[in-house]
Design a protein around this ligand. Structure first.
Ligand code: B12
Ligand code: SF4
Ligand code: SF4
Length: 270
């Protein structure tokens, strides 16, 4: 298979979850500006790459320890790590034309990776609003996608509602009433962030998910994802970089202002 060596190389960096969607299925789900004809003419397959559990975080820390400048010189060091590793592995695809997209909030072209990953068989939407992967549960990051003009075998979709039959401890664990109607909603969650510091560095609802608890991130990784302001100094301490040598402070996630910060095209509008 064309992408087998690429997958092997990415796995070595903890990019360990893969799925393939057909470009035709993606095109049916999104508005013309996001369809393959606009983004990558001739593409027929989309390889979606994720990181399940804590493996990629550990590779990221090892990279920063070996190269503290990768922290000092990058505003978004984890996104930069992903892009470096993907670009390095990309050479294994040879001369095949292709185009990569990244899931970072600062990406030039924004794709809705949860929708794309669901089409690529990486999981299903959960009550938490996160894609729930059969092996990694909600402890799956979505990282990159490659549009290719080569027909790769499409990954079977994960069927059914992953939350069916679950007593939903995620809802009970949420102090912010962020599950109106039984499903997570960004507005009450963001409002709670503005009103109280309780969720500044973690999400009790996600931590309560019963699926794959052994793949939960550790406290450092959780803090980095939920609270870059505190997570970045913690990263500096973990890799031995002094505050004075770091050119950036951590910022984000932007709970209240994400609609302005992320150039999201609303695929649901006609
Ligand atoms: C902007 C953003 C945010 C914003 C707004 C969240 C939001 N509602 O979109 C803020 C800052 C609040 C945020 C918070 C978090 N985020 Co965020 N976020 C993003 C980002 C950059 C864009 C999301 C987007 O396109 N929103 C567009 C709006 C219009 O979407 P929406 O209306 O909410 O959702 C609709 C569509 O997604 C659609 N849909 C169609 N098909 C499918 C299929 C599935 C499975 C789902 C869930 C939805 C869906 O229906 C939805 C409802 O109408 C993505 C990365 C990316 N490029 O996709 C990460 C991303 C969604 N975030 C992620 C995570 C993990 C989080 C946090 C847990 C914190 C964190 N940083 O780790 C929290 C909690 C989120 C939660 N419970 O859902 C992960 C999700 C991974 C997963 N397993 O699903 C992503 C993919 C980033 C990544 N690198 O992995 N995030
Ligand atoms: S961050 Fe807090 S308010 Fe938002 S879903 Fe998680 S526990 Fe609830
Ligand atoms: S705890 Fe149960 S209901 Fe909540 S997201 Fe996990 S599987 Fe779904």
């Amino acid at each position: 298979m064309l992408d087998a060596p690429l997958r092997e190389a990415l796995r070595a960096s903890g990019l360990n979850a893969f799925g393939v969607a057909s470009a035709a299925a993606w095109d049916r789900a999104v508005a013309p500006e996001r369809q393959s004809a606009a983004l990558s003419p001739g593409a027929v397959s989309i390889l979606v790459v994720g990181s399940g559990g804590q493996d990629m975080w550990n590779h990221f820390l090892a990279d920063l320890r070996a190269h503290p400048e990768h922290l000092a010189e990058e505003a978004h060091p984890l996104d930069a790590f992903v892009e470096r590793r993907v670009r390095a592995a990309d050479a294994l695809l040879g001369a095949t034309p292709r185009r990569w997209f990244f899931a970072s909030a600062t990406a030039d072209v924004h794709l809705d990776f949860r929708a794309l990953a669901q089409l690529a068989g990486l999981g299903r939407r959960s009550r938490l609003g996160l894609l729930l992967h059969p092996e990694f549960g909600v402890w799956l990051g979505l990282r990159a996608a490659c549009f290719l003009p080569v027909p790769l075998p499409v990954t079977d979709p994960v069927e059914g509602d992953p939350c069916d039959g679950c007593p939903a401890p995620c809802i009970d664990a949420c102090p912010g009433n962020a599950f109106p109607g039984g499903h997570w909603n960004v507005d009450p969650c963001a409002a709670f962030h503005a009103a109280a510091p309780t969720c500044a560095s973690s999400c009790a609802a996600r931590s309560a998910c019963v699926v794959a608890p052994h793949h939960r991130y550790d406290a450092d990784e959780v803090q980095y994802h939920y609270d870059r302001a505190g997570g970045r100094p913690r990263l500096r301490a973990l890799v031995g970089l002094s505050d004075d040598d770091d050119r950036f402070e951590g910022v984000g996630p932007h709970w209240q202002t994400w609609r302005r910060k992320v150039r999201v095209h609303d695929d649901r509008s006609p």
